[in-house]
Ligand binder design. Structure first.
Ligand code: ADP
Length: 420
């Protein structure tokens, strides 16, 4: 155990890290070396000085009042609770302090013992902390501002997106609407086209019957004419006959075209004696010839048989003969020449008509094409196209040679179709 003598307490007093002042009624009785160093005084210099001289002038009078109040009721306590205490150095500098007060009896005198700590560092650290705190708050505020800015921009972008989405939807709607309109228009067009086809088909059928009645009646009238104007009347009758023939031809073309386009053609082969078959056709066609035109049939093998779709073949031959009649002058000769050989049938239609200009020849089988020298003659430009398509259906092909002003030869060649 330490000896509680004066030396022990002196050692504690002098070695204590805190500054210690012993004050009696405001006068400094004793200061330890740490206290002298704290305030910048030389050893012993503080002794006898008034305690107020260690604080800034503006605080002194207030301190005196507090000190007197303390002296009348002394007790150990912290000084300046709730406010910052400031001390004054000898050189006039001030610094923050923390002071605790105690009461003691020294030499039978009541004295106040003040423990003083320089809290400059702590204050500095506090300030630093505050600064960091402020910076942190500033940073947080900045961050919040940035977040707000971003959110605003994001909202703007979303709005923009919604708007363009809306526009896109609008465009889609318009597109769908346009597509619907186009589909409806297409359906209408289809309906119209079907209607037209049906009409053409119906009209062709319906016109043909009365026309053939007109034709046969006119032929009969021709036979019964006896008076002196016979030739003139016959001329007119022939004109009616050829006009009706032309009309029938046009209607036949329409009808054939319609059937071909609709794919309605059924192939049904039959075996026939080809010369007999052609004779019948020739006889029919002679009815439609111009005056003094002649149609001769050359059959190299009169008994020869051939198997094909006779209806389709007839249509083809009738078409070629009609053209030969139509594009040849009165009094000219038309030849129908037939050869059957090695399962092949070759039929040539030879005329002495207007011929076909060289430049037009390559387009001759195009739909609606008509040669330049045929402009003044009735026609649709469909017949040869129909013949071509007919022949394709029955294994046939067609070629021609022609010289303008001299005549034309159309030649069809087909392979027999076996009966089932
Ligand atoms: P259309 O005779 O109705 O005009 P076609 O398709 O039968 O139609 O014939 C196409 C064209 O070929 C005719 O317009 C005509 O110019 C020419 N043509 C066809 N056959 C002959 C022919 N025998 N002689 C001269 N020209 C012809």
């Amino acid at each position: 155990m330490l000896d509680q003598n004066t030396n022990t307490f002196q050692s504690i007093f002098y070695s204590c890290v805190e500054g210690i002042l012993v004050v009696n009624h405001g006068v400094i009785e004793l200061a330890n070396p740490q206290c002298e160093e704290l305030f910048g005084y030389t050893p012993g210099e503080l002794n006898g000085m008034r305690i107020e001289s260690l604080m800034p002038a503006d605080l002194r009078s207030n301190h005196e009042k507090n000190r007197l109040a303390y002296d009348s009721n002394p007790e150990p306590r912290q000084m300046g609770v709730g406010r910052d205490l400031v001390a004054l150095k000898k050189n006039g500098d001030t610094f923050p302090v923390e002071i605790s007060l105690n009461v003691a009896q020294v030499d039978k005198k009541n004295v106040t013992v003040a423990h003083i700590i320089d809290i400059s560092r702590r204050k500095e650290a506090e300030k630093e902390l505050k600064r960091s705190e402020e910076q942190l708050l500033k940073y947080a505020a900045e961050l919040e501002q940035r977040v707000q800015d971003r959110t605003r921009k994001l909202n703007e972008a979303i709005e923009e997106l919604k708007k363009s989405n809306g526009e896109l939807e609008e465009q889609m709607k318009e597109r769908v609407k346009a597509e619907n309109e186009a589909r409806i228009a297409l359906e209408r067009e289809k309906e119209l086209s079907e209607l037209k086809t049906r009409f053409v088909s119906m009209a062709s059928h319906e016109f043909r019957t009365p026309l053939s009645a007109v034709l046969s009646s006119v032929s009969l009238i021709g036979k019964y004419i006896t008076d002196e104007n016979k030739d003139k009347k016959l001329k007119h009758i022939n004109r009616i006959k050829s006009s009706v023939g032309e009309l029938t031809g046009i209607l036949n073309d329409f009808l054939s075209m319609d059937r071909l386009d609709a794919g309605k053609m059924n192939i049904s082969p039959q075996t026939i004696v080809i010369c007999d078959f052609l004779n019948e056709i020739a006889e029919e066609m002679r009815q439609l010839m111009k005056s003094n035109q002649k149609l001769e049939l050359i059959c190299e093998h009169p008994e020869a048989q051939f198997s094909t779709d006779t209806q389709i073949l007839k249509q083809g031959i009738v078409n070629l003969l009609s053209n030969a009649i139509k594009y040849s002058p009165e009094g000219s000769v038309i030849t129908l020449k037939v050869v059957v050989e090695s399962g092949y049938l070759t039929i040539e239609v030879i005329d002495q008509g207007i011929g076909i200009p060289k430049a037009d020849q390559k387009h001759l089988f195009d739909k609606f094409f008509r040669a330049h020298n045929a402009a003044h003659i009735q026609g649709t430009g469909l017949g040869l196209n129909i013949v071509l398509k007919y022949l394709e259906l029955i294994n046939g092909e067609i070629t021609f040679v022609s010289q303008e002003g001299k005549g034309s030869t159309f030649k069809i060649k087909l392979k027999a179709i076996e009966n089932e």
